[in-house]
Design a protein around this ligand. Structure first.
Ligand SMILES: *Cc1c(COP(=O)(O)O)cnc(C)c1O
Length: 374
């Protein structure tokens, strides 16, 4: 389908093309100096001591769980209103998850009160998601975590460049995880990053990113090492130099493109103020990354019909998210889960197009399609 306004679009230009060509011509294709630079600059962005680049955000979340020692017998509390990978990362380790509620239809991040209700003697960690690039209630969440001795993983897939009280998202908890998938604010096709201030977690994540091997091809190439040992059950979660080069080029655009996302969001909010739509995160808290623009249809409205009408106007929309506890697999594994607020907002949510290269005219096209569809 040829959309008049797609849901998202990628801001690539000659910078990205040249960066990748330079890597190709160097013939060093994976985990070398470009990746090191990407990691260093990303650590600077988030303000953490360590950044470990991987091939996607799901691997970042899994490595975070592995580094924290999450495993069989443990429970990890996650929101249900998120991408399925948030919960799966914990399940891969043999741990079980417990689903927590969102705060409200205004704040679609995980509810601190619901977190407290889900804590058991088995709880080891929380994975909180900065939905749409909007900060979770990190002050309260970190208080609960330190009081109960729990580790906190921030799924910051939506939130590169965002902050709360001046502190970048991804640096509030024990570990932060980012995704650089094609539709994210910083995009490399596939890609991800683990960030942390903790030396022990960084070391474990680095080790397990590459088969648990104690030295890397790069070190041996540089003459630093002759052989290697395997010190843990690791994975191949390495990133390649082409993607790291894309990441570096995209990092230079991030502040500008997040500012543009914010301006478009503000226009949407003004233009849709007098409709029946409920607009979450209004007013916003902290400095969000404005990854997506979610709206809630009035209760009882026919969402399928709304989306069809938007499609007929050439406007692509999406749903963030079908709740995880209602998926066939997760619903069968965890029966009887009831999250009324999550279920209510998830049934009414529609995501409107939002991307930095969107023009004023594109925004108007979406707004008139919405007014027509309502
Ligand atoms: C995209 C995303 C992920 C997974 O990232 P991938 O790079 O696609 O593996 C995890 N959590 C959230 C909230 C995401 O949006």
């Amino acid at each position: 389908m040829d959309w008049r306004v797609p849901l998202s679009d990628i801001d690539y230009g000659p910078e990205e093309e040249e960066a990748v060509l330079k890597v190709l011509r160097s013939k060093w294709l994976t985990m070398g100096s470009v990746t090191q630079q990407f990691e260093n600059q990303f650590a600077d962005l988030v303000g953490t001591k360590h950044a470990i680049a991987v091939s996607n955000g799901t691997q970042a979340l899994h490595l975070a769980c592995v580094a924290l020692g999450v495993g069989p017998g443990d429970e990890v509390i996650v929101p249900s209103l998120t991408f399925v990978a948030t919960a799966n990362a914990a399940l891969y380790t043999g741990a079980e998850v417990r689903f927590a509620e969102v705060v409200s239809s205004q704040d679609l991040t995980i509810s601190p009160r619901s977190i407290e209700e889900q804590i058991t003697t088995r709880t080891k960690a929380l994975i909180v998601v900065h939905y749409g690039g909007h900060p979770c209630q990190m002050g309260t969440i970190m208080d609960i975590a330190s009081r109960r001795g729990l580790a906190v993983i921030e799924d910051a897939a939506h939130a590169p460049g965002a902050s709360l009280n001046g502190k970048p998202l991804g640096s509030h908890g024990d570990v932060g995880c980012f995704s650089f998938f094609s539709n994210k604010n910083l995009c490399t096709g596939e890609g991800g990053m683990v960030v942390t201030d903790r030396e022990d977690l960084a070391e474990k994540a680095r080790l397990c990113r590459s088969h648990g091997m104690t030295s890397l091809t790069w070190d041996r190439h540089k003459g630093h090492a002759y052989s290697y040992d395997v010190a843990a059950l690791g994975y191949n979660y390495r990133i390649d130099e082409m993607r790291s080069a894309l990441g570096l080029a995209q990092l230079r655009k991030l502040a500008g493109s997040n500012a543009r996302r914010k301006a478009i969001t503000e226009t949407y909010r003004e233009r849709l103020e007098d409709t029946d739509l409920e607009i979450p995160f209004n007013p916003p808290v902290g400095e969000p990354a404005y990854h997506i623009f979610p709206v809630l249809l009035p209760r009882g409205a026919d969402r399928r019909q709304f989306i069809d009408r938007m499609r007929a106007s050439g406007v692509q929309t999406s749903i963030h998210y079908p709740p995880i506890h209602q998926f066939e697999y997760h619903g069968a594994r965890y029966t009887g889960v009831s999250l009324p607020t999550t279920e209510d907002v998830a049934a009414r949510e529609v995501t409107l197009p939002l991307y930095p290269t969107m023009s004023e005219a594109d925004v108007e096209t979406v707004v008139s399609a919405v007014l027509g569809a309502l």
